[in-house]
Write a protein that binds this ligand. Sequence first.
Ligand SMILES: [Zn+2]
Length: 79
Amino acid sequence: MIRLTLLQALTFYILVFLASVVVAWLFYVVERGLHERRRMHGRIRCRFCATVFEDHSSEVLTRCPACGRLNMKIKNERI
Ligand SMILES: [Zn+2]
């Protein structure tokens, strides 16, 4: 059996609590990022008129439905 003083026990419990909070926060941040990527998949913002539209084709260039200009798809671009 491990003997701990009261101060050591309190320190241990506080560190375990803080570590669990940090781990939960990291899971939240990662999950939120993944959710945001899934939600924004296929959405493009026109560089000319700022219209947001969806395009799931594999083409590199896509035409804006509002102004008709061509836009280049850029991966991981935030809208
Ligand atoms: Zn446009």
